[in-house]
Design a protein around this ligand. Structure first.
Ligand SMILES: Cc1cc2nc3c(=O)[nH]c(=O)nc-3n(C[C@H](O)[C@H](O)[C@H](O)COP(=O)(O)OP(=O)(O)OC[C@H]3O[C@@H](n4cnc5c(N)ncnc54)[C@H](O)[C@@H]3O)c2cc1C
Length: 418
């Protein structure tokens, strides 16, 4: 299905949502209101979603019945072929509950892994790894970060994959690998080249079934914030042997493929953060109207009104950035700078918005009875994963300075809006 809003002028966007997408968004919204939010009450322990996995499976059945399951996948893979702009709107709606994207089977890291397989996988790999993932029969993980090196710089990564006959032999340690416990397979970033001058071209992606001997969960560290299904464990790989055919894409292309995956992934996160931020602002505005202090409703204290106004502006700017970036991706325009700016801005706006929500809720903002304290923790992590804010700022500034060094305006590096 085609998804818009569409642009009519260079740099411009028509924000009208086309009827077919409006109808789909209506079904997603009904799913969230009628299935997802009531299902939240059935989760026994939000820190252990796997214990209540039957709830997620029931939501997936409901999503299939409503014809909205895996909307991001092409129709031949059981999806709806909704492009990135349509997914921007769906993910914003799904941000309201962590269960919503799980229920659609459109949650990180599985959604990103599905895209990566579609970008780089051959027919045999798609059948073996994508088919069961798309059908919701398996989960997966993406293993790049390592505990022993600063992984913001991918050329530091030490996990190796060495050819031995018709197999790759992998050795190394990974950590913070979302979803790894119980995952059927991992896409592992491993060093396959030895040329010191090749930089990121030394790295490849290798598909590793998680029941391969030598793949071990070393430990589950305690992490701040929401607990994804399968956690974020430390993994050791000791002489892990997989067929040479498990190379995903070409040798040395690991980061080129990973960048493509991350572009969509970063945008999907930003969209969900907007959904959470909207829910936080809605709860906050309601709270202001309900409570009184010093002879009047909290809502009539101007200092608190200003906080609401600041959150509204953060949300508006975040939405526009996401939509504009998604429009650039969908139309095949350069978007690296916009992805970096959007990921950084929206993750930080998310933090500001939930921080204000905590403050305005007083003690209730700290209590884990309400979802706000958990969102506050989640927002802190958002500034680190999928590229720390500082690394994105480095990329953003580099582009501005490159243009300046060429004697040009920095307009092209600031969204290129004219
Ligand atoms: C909730 C969560 C889920 C995650 N899931 C996954 C996953 O599924 N798979 C996976 O592989 N990884 C995952 N990660 C890891 C994440 O991608 C890394 O933490 C991130 O890339 C940063 O790497 P690092 O932790 O090694 O930090 P380091 O590289 O050690 O950097 C530390 C800090 O140094 C600063 N810094 C780094 N470079 C620069 C620079 N050039 N200029 C200025 N400052 C700089 C930044 O502030 C950065 O936060 C996850 C992380 C979190 C928090």
């Amino acid at each position: 299905m085609s998804s818009a809003p569409t642009s009519h002028a260079p740099g411009g966007i028509d924000f009208t949502v086309p009827p077919e997408l409006q109808e789909l968004l209506g079904r997603v919204d009904a799913f969230i209101q009628e299935d997802v939010l009531p299902a939240e009450l059935e989760i026994e322990d939000p820190d252990d979603i796997l214990e209540s996995w039957h709830v997620v499976e029931h939501l997936r059945d409901r999503a299939r019945e409503r014809g909205i399951y895996t909307p991001h996948l092409p129709e031949e893979w059981g999806g709806l072929g909704v492009g990135i702009l349509g997914m921007a709107l769906i993910n914003q709606a799904c941000g309201i509950s962590g269960l919503a994207s799980l229920g659609l089977n459109a949650m990180a890291p599985d959604e990103g892994n599905m895209h990566t397989l579609l970008i780089a996988g051959n027919d045999a790999q798609l059948e073996e790894f994508l088919r069961p993932l798309a059908e919701g029969r398996t989960r997966s993980c993406f293993a790049m970060t390592e505990p022993d090196v600063a992984s913001s710089d991918p050329t530091n990564l030490e996990t190796t994959a060495v050819r031995d006959g018709d197999e790759w032999v992998l050795n190394g340690r990974k950590w913070c690998i979302t979803g790894a416990d119980g995952a059927a397979f991992s896409i592992v970033v491993a060093k396959t080249g030895t040329d010191e001058n090749a930089g990121h071209r030394n790295y490849s992606l290798i598909l590793v079934p998680c029941d391969t001997p030598g793949w071990e969960i070393e430990r589950h560290p305690e992490w701040m914030g929401s607990h994804s299904p399968g956690g974020h464990p430390i993994i050791t790989l000791t002489d892990v042997r997989v067929p040479l055919g498990n190379l995903l894409g070409r040798e040395g292309e690991g980061f080129v493929i990973a960048q493509k995956r991350l572009a969509g992934g970063r945008l999907a996160h930003a969209m969900r953060w907007i959904g959470v931020s909207q829910r936080a602002l809605d709860l906050t505005a309601k709270r202001l109207l309900e409570r009184k202090a010093f002879g009047k409703e909290l809502a009539r204290h101007q200092g608190l009104q200003f906080m609401i106004a600041d959150s509204a502006m953060d949300l508006y700017a975040s939405r526009l950035m996401v939509l504009h970036t998604a429009w650039k991706v969908q139309n095949g325009l350069p978007h690296r700078q916009e992805i970096a700016m959007t990921k950084t801005f929206v993750s930080e706006a998310f933090g500001r918005i939930v921080d204000r929500a905590v403050q305005i809720h007083g003690a209730a903002g700290i209590a884990m009875d309400l979802p706000i304290a958990r969102w506050y923790q989640d927002a802190r992590a958002a500034r680190i994963y999928d590229g720390a804010s500082e690394v994105h700022r480095m990329v953003i500034a580099r582009e501005c300075l490159k243009l300046a060094a060429q004697g040009q305006s920095t307009t092209a590096a600031t969204g290129d809006l004219g």
